[in-house]
Design a protein around this ligand. Structure first.
Ligand code: PSV
Ligand code: MN
Length: 438
C-alpha cells in the first residue's frame, strides 16, 4: 500500500491559516522580542544566538501519545483521533508544522505494526517526518503469542520466553532499519510483586544474557537505550529499577548501550537533574522521555507540574552539551499520556515547555555561576539559576517557531484551523473503545 493510496491530506494545517494567525499576533510578538533582546543584551547575550540554538533542538513524538490515553479505570476517546499509524503520522506532522521542533516519531511495536514499512517511511517523509528510537513491547501479551509475559520477558525464568522476547527486540531492530531509525529503546515490566517471588541477582543475570543477544543484533550506527523504572507494573521490585542498574547494564553491554531517563520513573523527591549529570559525565546518557508527574509515572504534559525541575534538568543537559563539545547527542523524546486533553494541544504545550526550559538553561550565566560557587556565595549562585528560570523567554521561542514556518501561538492557530473537527468528518470513531493505549 503506497502512501498516495491512503486517505488523508499531505497538508495538515493549511499554510494560510498559519500566515493569517501569525499576522494577527506579529506586532505584539515583535515588541516582546525587542524587549527580550534588550534585556538579554544587558547581561551580555545576543538573542539571535539563543534563537539559533533553540532552532537546533529536536524532540521525538511518541506515536502512542497521539491518541487519548487512559487510566486503568477508563479511556475517553476523542472524535477525530487517529486510528492507525498513518493517521498518527498526519497528527505528528501537524504538531511539527506548528511547533517546529518535533521532526521525528518514536514508534512502539507491535502497536504500530504496518504491512509495508517502505510505504510508511515514504508517508512520513512526505509529511516531513523521520523516525526516532523504536520501542519494543514485552510487557503485554499479544494475540497468538506463544509464551506469556505475565512473569517477565527478557529476564523470565524460562529460556523459551526469554528467546521470544529477544526475537521481538530483533524484529524491532529489523523494522527500525527499514524506517531509518537509529536506536532501540528497551523498557521491560519485569519484576516481582512479592518478596521471595524472584531472585534479584539471577533475574538480572538472565536479563543481561538476553540483552547481549539483542546488542549483538544492533547495526553499527545504532544505540541501545536502556530505560529504567522503579515500579509498575511490578510493585515490589523491578529488574532494571534505577539509573544505577541501568548504567551497570549499559557498561556491561558495551559502547552502543546507553541509559534513557524517563522523568516519571523515579522515587518521589529523587534529584533527577543529578542523575542526568552523572550519566552525562560518564558518557552514558543516551535518551530522554519527557513528561511530568505529581505522584508516580503520571505521564502528564511536560512542564505542567514541576517546570523548575524541567529547567534544572536542562541546566545539566546544556552544561553537558558545552563540556562535550559536539560529542553529546541524547535522543530527546516525549512519553506522555493525554487523558483529558486533545493530544495535539498537549504535545504543542509540551514542546513549548521543553524548548522554554532549554532556552532558560542557555541563558544561565555560567561564568558568574562558577565564580559564585568558587566563593561559596550561595545566594548569588542560586540566583544565577533563578534569574534565568524567571526570565520570560516566550518571544525567543515564538521567533524560533516563526523562522521554521510555525505559529506564534500554536494552540490558537491549531484551533483556528479546525483540524480536529475536520478529521472527525473522515476518521472512524468508536466511542466505546476502552483500551488505555492503542
Ligand atoms: C513505561 O512506563 C514507559 O515509560 C516506557 O517508555 C514504555 O515504552 C511506555 O511507557 C509505554 O507507554
Ligand atoms: Mn518511557
Amino acid at each position: 500500500m503506497g502512501y498516495v493510496a491512503i486517505a488523508g491530506t499531505l497538508q495538515g494545517i493549511p499554510q494560510d491559516v498559519i500566515t493569517r494567525d501569525n499576522a494577527r499576533l506579529m506586532e505584539a510578538h515583535l515588541a516582546d522580542y525587542d524587549a527580550l533582546a534588550a534585556r538579554l543584551d544587558r547581561i551580555g547575550l545576543d538573542i539571535e544566538d539563543i534563537v539559533a540554538k533553540i532552532m537546533t533542538l529536536e524532540v521525538g513524538l511518541p506515536s502512542w501519545g497521539l491518541v487519548t490515553g487512559g487510566t486503568r479505570f477508563s479511556r475517553y476517546p476523542l472524535a477525530g483521533e487517529p486510528n492507525n499509524i498513518f493517521e498518527k503520522i498526519e497528527d505528528c506532522a501537524a504538531v511539527q508544522q506548528l511547533a517546529g521542533l518535533t521532526p521525528r516519531v518514536s514508534l512502539h511495536f507491535p502497536w504500530d505494526k504496518a504491512d509495508d514499512y517502505v510505504a510508511l517511511r515514504q508517508y512520513a517523509e512526505a509529511h516531513g517526518l523521520g523516525f526516532d528510537a523504536i520501542n519494543s513491547n514485552t510487557f503485554q501479551d499479544q494475540k497468538d503469542q506463544k509464551r506469556s509475559y505475565k512473569f517477565g520477558s527478557l529476564s523470565h525464568s524460562h529460556p523459551s520466553t526469554r528467546q521470544q522476547a529477544v526475537e521481538h527486540n530483533l524484529e524491532c531492530i529489523d523494522i527500525g532499519r527499514k524506517l531509518g531509525s537509529k536506536a532501540l529503546t528497551v523498557w521491560i515490566g519485569d519484576g516481582s510483586n512479592f518478596p521471595g517471588q524472584s531472585e534479584f541477582t539471577d533475574s538480572l543475570e538472565r536479563y543481561l544474557d538476553s540483552m547481549r543477544v539483542v546488542y549483538a543484533g544492533l547495526p553499527e550506527d545504532w544505540r541501545l537505550l536502556i530505560e529504567h523504572k522503579m515500579f509498575e507494573p511490578a510493585f515490589y521490585s523491578t529488574v532494571v529499577q534505577d539509573w544505577g542498574t541501568s548504567i551497570l547494564c549499559a557498561q556491561t553491554l558495551g559502547e552502543k548501550a546507553q541509559c534513557l531517563v524517563d522523568l516519571g520513573h523515579h522515587a518521589q523527591g529523587v534529584n533527577i537533574e543529578m542523575i542526568v549529570a552523572r550519566l552525562a559525565q560518564f558518557g552514558k546518557l543516551g535518551g530522554f522521555h519527557f513528561n511530568d508527574s505529581k505522584y508516580g509515572d503520571d505521564d502528564l504534559d511536560s512542564g505542567s507540574i514541576n517546570p523548575f525541575q524541567l529547567f534544572l534538568v536542562f541546566n545539566e543537559l546544556v552544561y553537558a552539551e558545552q563540556r562535550a563539545k559536539g560529542n553529546f547527542r541524547p535522543a530527546y523524546m516525549m512519553d506522555q499520556s493525554h487523558n483529558v486533553t486533545d493530544p495535539i494541544e498537549s504535545l504543542l504545550n509540551s514542546a513549548r515547555a521543553i524548548a522554554g526550559a532549554y532556552a532558560k538553561a542557555l541563558i544561565v550565566d555560567r561564568a558568574a555561576l562558577k565564580a559564585y560557587q568558587a566563593d561559596n556565595d550561595v545566594i548569588m549562585a542560586h540566583n544565577c539559576l533563578r534569574l534565568a528560570f524567571e526570565t520570560d523567554v516566550r518571544a525567543a521561542l515564538a521567533m524560533a517557531r516563526v523562522r521554521k514556518g510555525g505559529a506564534i501561538d500554536p494552540i490558537a492557530c491549531y484551533r483556528a484551523s479546525s483540524y480536529r473537527a475536520l478529521k472527525a468528518e473522515t476518521r472512524k470513531f468508536d466511542p466505546y473503545l476502552h483500551g488505555g493505549i492503542v
